[in-house]
Design a protein around this ligand. Structure first.
Ligand code: HEM
Length: 142
């Protein structure tokens, strides 16, 4: 069982790296998008879509491996500190924000300028949420 728990935690950390690269990479692409020419815009859009896919896959892995770790390693959440509860609320907020970013991304592709103006703020919110989740995880389990 130890090897299964170890592999699940490894997957949890791999997904954390995936989420980090996507969350930090998206604003970099977004900044290039602002001054992009008509020729480079589709390429940047493809990169943004790819990063969106990576972030959604990462969240799915985190949301699957997390509860499995709780079940197999800790036998439930009894005895967890308040940091774990805060982490869960922040995970839900990040999930909602990533889904909303995807919706806005589709609207931007359709030429919606107000959606394009909102994306950088959402990108920043995603970074802050991600950092706060990792801090709560360390305070809860570190
Ligand atoms: C964006 C989502 C998430 C991120 C960024 C994240 C991040 C982390 C990090 C950095 C750790 C290592 C903490 C340490 O050992 O010091 C960790 C551990 C852990 N996380 Fe998550 N997590 C996420 C989602 C979840 C979810 C949804 C659950 C459960 C419902 C969960 C349950 C756990 C558990 C049980 C551990 C401890 C594993 C162990 O020590 O063996 N996580 N998480």
């Amino acid at each position: 069982m130890d090897i299964v728990i170890g592999l699940l935690f490894w997957l949890h950390l791999v997904a954390l790296a995936m989420a980090g690269s996507a969350v930090f990479g998206m604003p970099v692409v977004g900044r290039q998008m602002a001054g992009a020419t008509a020729e480079t815009r589709p390429t940047l859009m493809t990169i943004a879509k790819g990063l969106g896919t990576v972030s959604r896959a990462a969240l799915a892995i985190l949301i699957i491996t997390g509860p499995l770790l709780i079940w197999l390693k800790y036998g439930g959440t009894a005895g967890f500190s308040v940091w774990f509860n805060i982490k869960m609320v922040l995970v839900l907020l990040l999930l909602a924000s990533v889904i909303y970013s995807g919706i806005l991304g589709k609207r931007v592709q359709g030429g919606d300028r107000s959606a394009a103006a909102m994306l950088p703020r959402l990108g920043l919110a995603n970074i802050v949420l991600m950092l706060a989740i990792v801090l709560c995880a360390v305070l809860a389990f570190g």
